[in-house]
Design a protein around this ligand. Structure first.
Ligand SMILES: Cc1cc2nc3c(=O)[nH]c(=O)nc-3n(C[C@H](O)[C@H](O)[C@H](O)COP(=O)(O)OP(=O)(O)OC[C@H]3O[C@@H](n4cnc5c(N)ncnc54)[C@H](O)[C@@H]3O)c2cc1C
Length: 408
């Protein structure tokens, strides 16, 4: 029976999971991809604007010049990189009672954005995944290795259009379907801390007969394997999820009024709620455009929780008016996403810890990981550029290379 199952189970459908699927397809290796949310993308998330061609990025926007692998992928998929708009003065808002001070802006490096929005990357990568290999709105709960196969237990929300992640925790049992599947290889593409907090990791050596008939050696092996997974889980717990504590606000306008005043749209503030603001517009040669500003909320999650989304949006709009003038009130649409309250991205530690770059050293565990066919593809697991989209590409590539080593 197990022979008919896809070879690889991919848990997590962010960039790392989707790119793993993309590479496995190229190598004709079968897989299922299991994603907790109703859509792919994970931290890459964009919302619609007035133009069908452009999305507002509420997750990542920028690619650094040295991040070559993600740039190559963008080009391979026929997408275009554009430079972050930086022409004109930036503003510094020192205090609420003072006029913002112009300055020449933050020096290069130039940062790139994916024209149309970062989520176009996810749209194109997921386009070629066969529907029958996709399990959306499906949360993996338990990962068990039986010495030969990985057994994933999961729950799917009843309608494939999915419950919102917040609703899921309060869903009644009737709204959820429990299922399980076996895979030869397991690719984990979920932030390490989410694994440590939400997934149960077990080693159950497959044996026949009752436990009293099983030779001691099998029990011993299972105990060692279980201890290994526990050590691994403890290490995962220590790895911060990049940007998990962040919240982003964005707003669209019919005109880029700040540009007309010689401003780049970049601003830094000691007043808040946004600590940092940037231009998020797109415009093509034919004049098809969306003009927008976005900002990172500079106040901690605990304080953000004390206000409603509407209050937060209004505070951001007032701040924009105090920095860029009253034209900022003539907006089209507002957007807000608090990643710290996204249970598939952040946990309680991420919510309170100061931002730190992720790092995990698994050199001593690597031979055993390969032996039990467990491959770690999330960006945070990458040896380079961990936490960034580049890291997700590198870690997923590495995971697929490990799988290919076992294919005759
Ligand atoms: C606000 C913000 C700004 C950022 N800015 C940048 C930037 O400018 N440049 C840059 O390079 N990077 C940036 N990043 C980081 C970038 O988004 C990540 O590096 C990248 O998206 C990570 O992809 P991933 O697939 O490794 O992980 P994720 O995107 O976190 O994907 C994990 C997936 O696993 C799913 N999942 C979780 N638990 C389960 C479960 N139990 N079962 C099934 N599925 C599960 C999640 O729903 C999610 O889809 C930013 C991130 C944020 C939040």
């Amino acid at each position: 029976m197990k022979k008919n199952h896809p070879k690889v189970g991919i848990v997590g459908g962010g960039l790392a999971g989707i790119y793993t699927a993309y590479l496995l397809t190229q190598h004709n290796i079968t897989y299922d991809i299991i994603e907790a949310k109703a859509i792919f993308g994970g931290r890459i998330y964009g919302e619609n604007t007035q133009s069908d061609d452009y999305k507002i990025d509420l997750g990542p926007s920028w690619i650094f010049p040295h991040q070559q692998e993600i740039q190559k992928l963008v080009t391979r998929l026929g997408l275009q990189l554009v430079e972050q708009y930086n022409s004109g003065d930036a503003l510094f808002q020192r205090s609420a009672n003072q006029q913002p001070e112009p300055f020449s802006g933050v020096a290069p490096p130039v940062m790139y954005r994916i024209f149309g929005g970062t989520s176009r990357l996810i749209d194109l990568l997921s386009e070629n995944i066969d529907e029958q290999n996709i399990r959306l709105s499906t949360t993996a709960n338990s990962l068990q290795y039986d010495g030969q196969y990985w057994h994933i237990k999961m729950q799917t929300s009843k309608s494939q259009c999915g419950l919102l992640e917040k609703d899921k925790s309060t869903a009644t049992p009737e709204e959820l379907t429990i299922s399980s599947a076996f895979f030869e290889h397991l690719v984990i593409a979920v932030p390490p801390r989410v694994i440590a907090h939400k997934l149960s990791f077990e080693h159950h050596e497959s044996t026949t007969g009752s436990s009293t008939q099983v030779p001691d050696i099998f029990h011993e092996k299972a105990v060692i394997q279980q201890a290994f997974l526990q050590v691994l889980n403890n290490k995962f717990e220590q790895v911060p999820t990049w940007m998990a504590a962040q919240a982003k606000f964005a707003v669209t306008y019919s005109r880029p009024f700040w540009r007309k005043s010689g401003l780049s749209g970049q601003a830094f503030s000691h007043v808040g709620p946004m600590g940092e603001i940037h231009d998020a517009s797109f415009e093509d040669d034919s004049g098809n455009s969306v003009f927008a500003l976005f900002g990172f909320i500079g106040i901690p999650f605990a304080h953000r929780q004390q206000v409603s989304i509407e209050q937060m949006k209004n505070a951001c709009l007032s701040q924009l008016a105090s920095i860029f003038g009253l034209k900022a009130n003539e907006y089209q649409q507002t957007y807000y996403k608090d990643w710290a309250s996204d249970i598939f991205t952040a946990n309680s530690v991420d919510q309170t810890q100061a931002p730190m770059h992720p790092h995990i050293d698994l050199a001593s565990e690597q031979p055993h990981l390969q032996q039990i066919k467990l491959h770690l593809a999330t960006s945070e697991f990458s040896e380079r550029e961990a936490g960034y989209m580049e890291g997700a590409i590198l870690a997923a590539t590495n995971a697929v290379e490990e799988i290919l080593l076992t294919v005759p």
